[in-house]
Each structure stands twice: as C-alpha cells, then as structure tokens.
Design a protein around this ligand. Structure first.
Ligand code: CA
Length: 575
C-alpha cells in the first residue's frame, strides 16, 4: 500500500482510514484501502520506487522499461485458473495498443483516435471519459493506424499525447483539462502516438512520429504543472550542432529521426535514454553521410536536454530500421562480473548490450535472420552493400522494414536475466524509386514487398533470450505475425497475446503454455498486472490493428475480427 499524500482527497482519505479501523476491529485480514473516490498523488518518491508499487504507474511500469512486475500471487501453478473479472468495450475498430495505467483503484486506458477513459480498476465502472476532436487534416498524414499507447501520471494529473500533436493534462479524478499544448501543427506529417514519460522534478517527456514524412524528430520536456516547454532536443542536428556534418547541406530539415515511442530514465545517473527512428527519405543514396542521430539511442541530461552520448544501431539506414523500441536498463552478467547495461532489440534483427554509462558497445547478436546489418567491427554495425537498393535496382534482405521486432515491447526479468521478445521472421524486396520532399506527403524513395522468410512457414516468433549470453532459450511460433507485447512477472509467468485471438500465459523458464484464453479480437495491446486490496489482476486490450494489416498484406490477417475490448482477469475466490 502506498502512503497517501496530503491535499487532494483528504476527506476521502480520512474516511478510508475510518473504514480500515472498522475493518480491523471486525478482524478482516485484507483491508479495503482504496475507495474509488480517493486518488493517491503520484510523487517523485512513488515513481522512483515504482517497482514496489501495487499499481502500474507508467508505460513500462518502471523507468528502466523492464515491463516486469514483482507481484507473484498469480504463479505458474495457478495461472490456469484465471477468469475475467470485467470487460469494457470501446466501440472502436482500430488497433488497441495501450497498456492500462493503474494507480490504486484508478485505471486509465487510451484507445485509437485518442479517447481516454478512467475506470474503477476493480469493478470496471467508468469514472469519466474524454474524446479528443482530431482535425481531418491530421488523420491524412498518419502513416500507421490511428493508435494511442497510453498515459503518464504525475502529481494529481493524467497526461496524454494526441494524433494532432497536442499534449494534454487532465485532473486524474475528474477528467477536467488542466492544460493543453500543441507541439506541432496537424497535416504536415507529424503525429503523437506514444505514452508520455513523467520523470522526477515534474517533467513530462515526449517524442514525436513523422519519419515517413520527412518530419524532423525531437524529444521535448514540458513542465508537468503548466505545460511550458523546458527544452527540446532535435534528433537531426543543424549544421552548427554536433553531428550536423553527417548530413548533406539542407537535408537535416527533412531528415526524419522520429521519436515515436516512450523512452527510459535512469534516476541513479540522471540520464534520459530515447530511441530514434529512420532517416528521411528512406533511400540512403539520396542523403550521403552517417545521418546522426537516426537509428540511434541518445542519452540526454534531463535538466537541459544536452546530449551525453549516442550509439547508432544502423549506420546510414536505407531499410526503415527505426531504433525507437525499448532501451531497457538492466544489470547483466558480462565477462565474469555484472555490468550496468542498456539492452535493446532492434528492427535490424540484432539484440544489443551497451554500457549505459558511456554508450560503449558490449555485444550484439541476431535474434532473427539479419542480412542488412551483418556483423560488428570495433563496436560499430557493419552493413552489407549488396543489401542496399539503388535508384532503379531491387534487393532482397531480412528482416523486412517492419523489423525483426517493432513497437510491441519486450519484457525483462531482472532475476533470471531473460528477455521475452515478440519477433518476426520476415524479409522484403526493396527497390529504389526516388522522391522529392513535399510537406504532408510520404518521403520514402523506395517501394517494397514484405514476404515470409524463405524456409519458414509463418512469421511470428515469441522468444525468450538469456541476456547473460544472448542465446535463445525457448520460442513459440505464432500463426500470424507476432505483434503481442510481453509481460513477465515474479510468479514465473510470461503473458502475451496473439493475432489469432489468444491471450497466453507461458512458464517463463520452459515456454510451456500454462493457460490460453480466447479473446474477441486479435491482441496488440500491452498486458499489465496490478494489485488492489491484496488481490492481483492482469489486464490487456484485445483489438487488432496497427501497421501490420496496412503494410504486410501477405500475412493474410483479413479475417481477424476487429473491435476493442479491455479484459481484466483474476483468480476467483482469492483474497
Ligand atoms: Ca519508420
């Protein structure tokens, strides 16, 4: 149970304490601690200690992006008994990717098209709902479905990004708008789809999408109280900035480098880590140079947004291998000792371990067939020139531009050092066709076709990787592409969802399926777990959509039913 802060909900808090006293007198062992009307302020201390919280306070639960919960009431031995406690239908047909964010009994979910709903995390009762009005011009320049990946919590507010590039703060209890800031105009190729990241000192950190439109990416810090811009880091440097000489004159303005997923924060070293997307245009021949800081992780000082270090996963990318997915902080065994690492599974098909203090390369290994980035020399990725398309010529390479993995987050168990990674074995033909920049239109210069990896009969592989040596320990082949984010828990269970409507629980050591539940649609939602009044719940959205059905027609997913439904499960009778 979290210590409640004074201020908001004080009266409700007092009533809650009276209820606890009454229950204690009656000898009730597990106490009803959180009435739905009392909201526990999200303080720096709670965020710093989020691993111990009963809730799920941010996108990947903790600042290190491990997406792991130490809550262990649901175990490999009893998970087969999970039953739905409640469901909630959103009435929307597009991709539902967001994790529910839970603080006490308050649950916040976002849906496609930027709806935000506050629910009671025990009963499913709707507390309030906000529907963002998106100008039609914004919807014309969004590359990959109209998704929203969830909220951030700080103080007594909830923060959401929108497809027309607003960041909005809401009162967590009432849904009243506290502030609303636009970071870019709609219609010129930018969009915001990630969950913001709230860090200590009251900073709301956001990225932006737009790499397919030549949008110049940035990472921005806003004041949690006012929405005022504190700093902005441009991921593609101007000529007079460090790294600016890695671009042909003028091209930085349309150089891509979007930042469309949530980053990671290290409170120990006060460092923010953020993954950066592809350079624009896609066809590398049109933009000579190494094109920093595209396809990189950047380590920033959260006080001022200044660059501490960077590491580029794919130099001079021509395959749309965004490096936006999780930059996970983990202490892993390495050369006989433990190293404070940053681990990252990249779209280029390699999983990396870096020294997170310096960005120094430790090791990298392919987790699927990788024929574009084929090796490493002096800590730098080596690309195969034969895998590079040129104007008028085609190549065949793996993974496809959709990546060996993509936005769907893996989960890392810090006790066993296992990474649970949704991945895909798909390849592509890619041809250089040329392009000119025009605001609001795709800026690619390449055509492409995604196909299964030759010799495989499917696409998707949910796999467990031992991060002490980079080896695959077990894997599960999915019928359709593997788009299901992962949740590992201390109960020895790993959860994920599949496009063929299964919510699955695996034994985390062996990969044995312990439980399977048929959902109303395919699952691309991030599963989470939380505890209220001593009882553990597991929650996930079903609601197929996202980039796969748009860009991978060969995957034959047309028959998967769509429609968003939130599922919350628990063990019957416990507590
Ligand atoms: Ca991209």
């Amino acid at each position: 149970m979290q210590e409640r802060q004074p201020g908001r909900g004080r009266l409700a808090g007092i009533l809650g304490m009276l209820a606890i006293t009454a229950s204690a007198v009656l000898g009730v062992r597990s106490l009803p601690t959180h009435a739905a009307s009392e909201y526990a302020t999200v303080t720096d201390a709670r965020l710093t200690d989020a691993t111990k919280d009963d809730g799920w306070l941010m996108y990947r639960r903790t600042w290190d992006s491990q997406g792991y919960s130490p809550i262990d009431q649901i175990t490999a031995a009893n998970v087969s008994g999970l039953k739905p406690v409640f469901t909630y239908d959103t009435g929307l047909k597009q991709g539902h990717e967001a994790p529910p964010i839970v603080n006490g009994r308050f649950m916040y979910v976002t849906t496609p098209l930027d709806h935000l709903i506050a629910l009671d995390a025990v009963t499913g009762k709707v507390l309030w709902k906000y529907v963002h009005v998106i100008p039609p011009v914004a919807l014309k320049t969004i590359c990959c479905d109209v998704v929203n990946r969830g909220v951030a919590l700080y103080g007594d507010n909830v923060y959401m990004e929108t497809l027309d590039n607003h960041v909005i703060a809401f009162d967590a209890q009432t849904g009243k708008i506290v502030w609303n800031k636009a970071l870019k105009p709609p219609g010129v190729g930018y969009a915001m789809t990630a969950a913001p990241l709230a860090i200590e000192g009251g900073k709301i950190i956001t990225g932006i999408a737009g790499g397919e439109y030549g949008g110049r990416g940035f990472i921005a810090a806003l004041d949690a109280k006012t929405g005022d811009l504190l700093w902005k880091f441009q991921t593609v440097p101007a000529p007079d900035q460090p790294g600016g000489n890695t671009w042909k004159p003028g091209m930085y303005k349309t150089g891509g480098g979007s930042t469309w997923l949530t980053g990671t924060y290290d409170a120990e070293t006060k460092t923010l880590f953020w993954g950066v997307g592809n350079p624009g245009p896609w066809l590398a021949d049109l933009r000579p140079g190494s094109n920093l800081y595209t396809d990189s992780v950047v380590a920033l000082d959260p006080e001022n947004g200044k660059l501490k270090w960077y590491y580029q996963y794919t130099p001079h990318d021509t395959w749309d291998y965004d490096s936006t997915s999780e930059q996970i902080l983990a202490d892993i065994p390495y050369n006989g000792s433990t190293v404070k690492a940053l681990i990252h599974a990249d779209r280029n098909g390699n999983v990396y371990a870096l020294d997170r203090a310096t960005g120094k390369f430790l090791w990298a290994k392919p987790f699927v067939k990788a024929t574009s980035v084929v090796g490493f020399k002096d800590g730098q990725a080596v690309t195969d020139p034969k895998a590079r398309p040129h104007l008028g010529t085609s190549i065949f390479t793996c993974p496809s531009f959709l990546g060996g993995t993509n936005w769907y987050p893996p989960s890392y168990n810090p006790d066993t050092h296992m990474l649970y990674l949704p991945s895909n074995e798909w390849c592509m033909t890619m041809k250089g066709v040329g392009t000119d920049y025009k605001a609001g239109l795709p800026y690619l210069g390449e055509s492409f076709k995604v196909v299964p990896q030759p010799g495989t009969d499917g696409f998707g592989v949910f796999q467990a990787i031992d991060m002490s040596n980079g080896k695959r320990v077990w894997s599960y082949d999915t019928k359709f592409p593997c788009n299901g984010p992962a949740l590992a828990t201390a109960g020895g269970v790993v959860f994920t969802g599949t496009l063929d409507q299964k919510f699955l629980a695996f034994n985390d050591k062996t990969g044995k399926i312990l439980w399977s539940y048929k959902t109303s649609s395919g699952i691309v939602g991030v599963p989470i777990t939380y505890k209220v009044d001593g009882k553990q719940y597991v929650a996930v959205f079903a609601g197929y959509g996202g980039a796969t059905p748009l860009w991978a027609p060969a995957t034959k997913t047309d028959d998967i039913p769509t429609g968003g439904r939130l599922y919350v499960f628990a063990l019957p009778g416990s507590n």
